[in-house]
Design a protein around this ligand. Structure first.
Ligand code: GLY
Length: 392
């Protein structure tokens, strides 16, 4: 296990960052207005992963990102109690039930993202029993991707594809809560055990000695031995892809929440410190943490995920922990920076956060709105506004 090797460098995070209630209400209202403007066009369809020229063009429920829209609708409904959101939520929820039944776009570990935000949330927020059953069936589908010997869930593609076989990725930590949920609901420990084993392997092999992370890591599925790290969306195999690090922070914190194993909270903290130490002046990361200045693009979506992760971590630290408030301050500073300079206020766009990067190496969604960035920005605002029960 890696050891912590750097403290937090920036003194600015020690300064209490105040969130004015009126300011926050105004910012939440901005997001709600955007959602309201989109309610009709994304009733049956969903926003794609990334905008084109800042416009999300409606598409069917086929990609790994399809659930972020319904996730935002649940947040909006919980915050306002306005039934207008329920109408679209129900249409979307049906579409997720059908997607699973029809096996559309299921060769991915992102079944976790898809069914936590649609069906786990549907059960939690609305008490929808069919959503609960669907979430459990989705967990059954997800565990097919488990390699017994390597003790990991394969991220992408067909299980026999030599390009993808035995490849785990840091993002997957966010998919594990679906499995924790399934064990809790059914009483069957198999889902929990798989999630725990995967989180342990990610901690061992994806997290590097210096608390940065590989984006992806290959395991030998026959011997169970570790092979090598490779990037997919980062700058290089040895660099630290910013969004991956943010997925790691939030994802390991979630494995702590669901297992109670303190080691995962410690790892989330170490990853967070690595991230915080590589922020530019305005606290919004570049798309890869190897960049700390210059003309490379920022990734506002990584910042919004990170703000949620930091707020989650700080919830679980004792008052005596010297970093507890610091994480909160950093999260608030990021939220404010996003609100002030990264939103689509006065811009022609149906998205919410500007300046996200989907994949720089793939030249896909660079300096655009990304739907998960919008979702996590809203989640971060809601987290600071009310006591909120996670869908994860
Ligand atoms: N989970 C895929 C991505 O963050 O781009």
């Amino acid at each position: 296990m890696n050891t912590i090797n750097e403290g937090i460098k920036h003194d600015k995070f020690k300064v209490k960052s105040i969130l004015d209630k009126k300011w926050l209400d105004h910012e939440i209202q901005f997001v709600l207005n955007k959602i309201d403007e989109n309610l009709d066009i994304f009733r049956e369809k969903v926003p794609p992963a990334a905008s084109k020229n800042l416009i999300y063009i409606p598409e069917g429920n086929t990609d790994w990102t399809a659930s972020f829209w319904i996730g935002m609708l649940y947040l909006a409904y919980e915050y306002t109690n306005d039934e207008k959101y329920l109408d679209v939520i129900n249409v979307q929820l049906e579409s997720f039930k059908h997607r699973l039944k029809d096996n559309i776009g299921m060769e991915t570990h992102d079944i976790g993202f898809l069914y936590s935000l649609s069906c786990v949330a549907g059960f939690q927020v609305l008490g929808d029993r069919t959503a609960r059953e669907t979430a459990i069936k989705a967990a059954d589908k997800l565990i097919i991707r488990y390699h017994e010997k390597a003790k990991i869930l394969q991220a992408w593609g067909d299980l026999s594809d030599p390009e993808q076989r035995g490849r785990m990725i840091i993002d997957c930590n966010m998919n594990l809560p679906l499995l924790y949920f399934a064990s809790k609901e059914t009483g069957d420990p198999k889902y929990y055990d798989i999630a725990l084993n995967h989180a342990e392997q990610a901690a061992k092999y994806i997290v590097r000695e210096d608390s940065s992370t590989f984006h992806t890591f290959y395991m030998d599925t026959v011997t169970g031995e570790p092979l090598y790290g490779r990037t997919a969306q980062g700058y290089s195999d040895q660099s630290c892809w910013a969004r991956g690090q943010a997925w790691g922070v939030y994802g390991f914190a979630l494995s702590y929440v669901h297992t109670g194993d303190k080691k995962f909270l410690d790892i989330a903290e170490k990853l967070a410190i690595y991230f915080l130490n590589r922020l530019p002046e305005d606290d919004i990361c570049y798309w890869d943490l190897d960049f700390t200045e210059g003309n490379e693009e920022r990734d506002s979506s990584a910042a919004s995920i990170m703000a949620c992760g930091l707020l989650e971590i700080s919830k679980h630290l004792p008052v005596s922990n010297e970093y507890r408030e610091l994480y909160e301050n950093a999260a608030v500073k990021m939220i404010k920076s996003l609100a002030e300079n990264y939103t689509t206020k006065n811009v022609n766009s149906n998205g919410i956060l500007l300046h996200a990067v989907y994949s720089k190496p793939g030249d896909n969604g660079v300096d655009e709105c990304c739907i998960w960035g919008d979702y996590y920005y809203f989640e971060a605002l809601i987290r600071t506004a009310k006591s909120w029960r996670m869908y994860w």
